[in-house]
Ligand binder design. Structure first.
Ligand code: 3HC
Length: 714
């Protein structure tokens, strides 16, 4: 997070004459985004420098640590702001005096395009250059597609624009995207000296638009485009901008610069206006907004320099890996030496695989593992600052663990449980220091999944909550604040839409059709494939647990129980909704499942009917939005965007759809409510509309209207 000084009005661009060199600096904290005021000021500064008798060359740089984070994403959707970035870039490239870009820190998107329109580029070796537009549902729209292809060739240009990855100055030099690198900072000084040299030699501007070298339809360029198109069909299914990026590169290879620019601009504007861009952008802003919990403002976090993990199973080991990777020491507690050895082995295996894949050096692995220790006695936790309990999901087991933590941990130690659904208030109430107890709910595999639900029980102190958020940042996780209820945010909404799916399957939809419809919607895998991956036994245990309290009006579908009774728990047993022959990870549809489903329909007296893809998606999305609205009513989630972040980072919700609540806004809440009212005719208990949803529709409002940060209100 960057600090923004909002009290002093800074000019968006500053300039200074150093000898014969006019240094123009973008001065727009926090990331020097190219807002319209910046573009206007840059244009004026360039024109003045060009007309200035004393000025022989121009250096373009960023004030502070960065060159520029690109176009101002908060200005998207505002039309008519002049000058446009492509016009500004064209004006810079047309300058009659040489323009040298001095690149440090981030140089992304429109910032990179600005630098590419300069005549020469110097970059710090560790500068971070790239085109992240694709991650926002966009493409470079200020000449980036045309200039990068001309400078680096089609393959590197496509790689950068389709991945959105950032490259260091060193790599950019190798690709021909910058002319020189500067080892240790001081890039502006080096650029001034370089500009002076060019001016002394009466160097003339070297314009990328005029470059034709390597542009001819060489075999390698043609192949690069062809391969990118073939791969994109699978990788970017349903997305708009990646395909337009490929078209734009093809245009750069085959058409004059100005024609390529027209092509790029048209596609950029189309992408800008698309719901996909709005979805990506919502996701970008949501994942930053969730990290700003109210407690971060009112309390000071406790320091966390060492961590205890209770349990060395898959989850405990994954958490340990995550903490070790963040540079902290871990003490793992298991009940006996054998269990501890297994936990240690799991942790060691992950880092071993990283070494085998070349992501980690063997010595680095030794260094990381030297921070790992294990014990079978809780006394080993006497000095740790935070403990995460990842023991068996059973209230009595949890209470025993917490009694031990209460006995052995030092005062002020944060006591966290990784429970997925148990009542954390009850766990907290069972020990002498409920104010130290919090939920840190990781998602499996914990070392990979970005989501961390921070579950806030009634008695926890604000500084413990703030510590949870700060700790998430150290682990590079996306933290989302959740209240205590069965399943918190994610698993509660999941349980609801799984019911909607069970009902559809019993009513006539094939499980494989449901999975396909949701994959086509954008999920990487269907919900039943996901259930096979996580293990059907988990849901079975939950259903059994809930059986006693289940409302008799709730429809209950037994199909999944029939699978579990056969021991078909998914991938780990080789069979679930799909078959996994010979340990394969790709499931194949199973005719026996169809027979079981059919038998269950008959048992329930249901005459199956057909479902369109669109109805499957509508039912799942309506169930998510409705349960999401209930969670908001109950204060379990602070804002709709918190629910969106949970599904984007914990459940594979397609990013270009922005999350379930944003998607409901895109569809229109009135339409979602109309769907629910229609479904209610079949099952009035399950499809009761949430009062919040009803009132939002009545007032003509959307979920977005509830997304103001609780901090804004203060
Ligand atoms: N425009 C406006 N605000 C931006 C911004 C941008 N391009 N990039 C970041 N910000 C804001 C963030 O929203 C955040 O605001 P907040 O404090 O109110 O939450 C603040 O700047 C700091 O951002 P981060 O917390 O993300 O800071 P980091 O240091 O972790 O990361 C960054 C900095 C690498 C620049 C990261 O913010 C980022 O990736 N930004 C997006 C960059 C991007 O996508 N640029 C392309 C824009 S599209 C474009 O240029 C179109 C062109 O081709 C025409």
């Amino acid at each position: 997070m960057r600090v923004v000084n909002t009290t002093i009005a800074h000019p968006p661009v500053t300039t200074e004459l150093r000898g014969k060199i006019r240094v123009i600096a973008i001065n727009h904290a926090p990331v020097n985004a190219l807002s319209s005021v910046v573009r206007e000021a840059l244009l004026r500064a360039i024109e003045l420098a060009e007309a200035e008798a004393q000025c022989a060359a121009i250096v373009l740089c960023g004030a502070g640590t960065d060159f520029s984070g690109g176009a101002d994403i908060r200005e998207f959707g505002k039309s008519g702001l002049q000058p446009t970035l492509p016009d500004l870039c064209a004006r810079i490239e047309a300058s009659i005096k040489p323009v040298i870009a001095a690149i440090q820190g981030v140089c992304l998107g429109g910032g990179f395009e600005l630098a590419l329109s300069a005549h020469y580029r110097l970059a710090a070796e560790d500068a971070r250059l790239g085109f992240p537009e694709v991650l926002l549902g966009l493409m470079p729209g200020a000449g980036g597609t045309q200039r990068s292809t001309r400078l680096a060739g089609a393959r590197p240009a496509l790689d950068l624009m389709l991945s959105g990855r950032q490259i260091a100055g060193r790599e950019a030099l190798g690709l021909g995207l910058v002319d020189h690198t500067v080892p240790d900072g001081g890039v502006t000084d080096a650029a001034v000296a370089y500009a002076q040299e060019i001016a002394d030699k009466r160097g003339v501007p070297r314009r990328t638009r005029d470059l034709v070298a390597g542009l001819a339809q060489t075999e390698s360029n043609r192949l690069a485009v062809e391969e990118a198109r073939a791969k994109a069909g699978q990788k970017f299914r349903g997305q708009f901008s990646p395909f337009r990026i490929i078209d734009a590169v093809e245009a750069a290879l085959s058409t004059p610069f100005d024609e390529g620019m027209v092509n790029e601009r048209g596609n950029f504007l189309e992408a800008l206006a698309s719901p996909q861009r709005a979805g990506f952008m919502h996701a970008f802003l949501a994942e930053r907004e969730v990290a700003k919990a109210p407690e971060m403002r009112i309390a000071t976090q406790r320091s966390v320099a060492s961590v205890g993990v209770i349990g060395g199973g898959t989850m405990g080991a994954g958490i340990a890996v995550s903490v070790l990777s963040a540079g902290l020491p871990v003490v793992m507690i298991e009940r006996d030496e054998a269990a501890l050895a297994r936990g240690h082995g799991l942790v060691d295996k992950v880092f071993g695989e990283n070494v085998a894949k070349g992501r980690l050096g063997a010595e680095d692995k030794d260094q990381v593992m030297s921070r790992f220790s294990g014990a079978t006695r809780y006394e080993a936790l006497a000095d740790v600052d935070l403990v995460i309990e990842a023991a068996y999901e059973d209230m009595d087991v949890k209470k025993q663990v917490f009694a031990e933590l209460d006995r052995c941990c030092k005062p002020g130690c944060v006591l966290a449980t990784n429970t997925s659904y148990l009542d954390i208030n009850e766990i907290a109430a069972s020990i002498s220091r409920p104010e130290d107890v919090i939920g840190l709910h990781f998602f499996s595999p914990a070392n990979i999944m970005k989501l961390l639900e921070i579950v806030v029980p009634a008695k926890v102190s604000a500084d413990v909550v703030a510590t949870g958020f700060a700790f998430a940042k150290v682990l590079k996780k996306v933290p989302v604040r959740a209240g205590v209820c069965d399943g918190f945010i994610g698993n509660r909404v999941l349980a609801t839409y799984r019911l909607a799916i069970d009902y559809m399957v019993e009513d006539g939809a094939s499980p494989y059709h449901v999975d396909k419809a949701l994959r086509d919607f954008g999920y990487p895998m269907g919900p039943l494939q996901a259930s096979d991956l996580s293990g059907g036994d988990i849901g079975w245990a939950t259903r059994k647990r809930r059986a006693v309290t289940r409302d008799p009006r709730q429809r209950y579908v037994q199909i999944a129980d029939r699978l579990c009774e056969r021991g078909w728990f998914g991938q780990k047993t080789g069979r679930g909704w799909y078959q996994y022959p010979h340990g394969s990870r790709i499931g194949v549809p199973d005719p026996e499942i169809e027979a079981i489903v059919e038998a269950e329909r008959q048992r329930a007296g249901i005459t199956p009917r057909a479902f369109e893809d669109s109805e499957i998606v509508r039912r799942v999305m309506a169930a998510m939005a409705n349960e999401g609205a209930r969670i908001l009513e109950e204060g379990i989630a602070l804002r709709p965007l918190d629910i969106d972040a949970v599904f984007l980072h914990g459940y594979g919700f397609p990013r270009h759809r922005g999350g379930p609540m944003h998607y409901a806004d895109t569809v229109g809440l009135a339409n979602v409510l109309e769907d629910i009212r229609e479904f209610e005719k079949d099952d009035a208990f399950f499809w009761r509309p949430s009062p919040l949803l009803v009132s939002l529709v009545k007032e003509g409002r959307d979920f977005e209207s509830l997304n103001r940060s609780p901090l804004d209100a203060k």
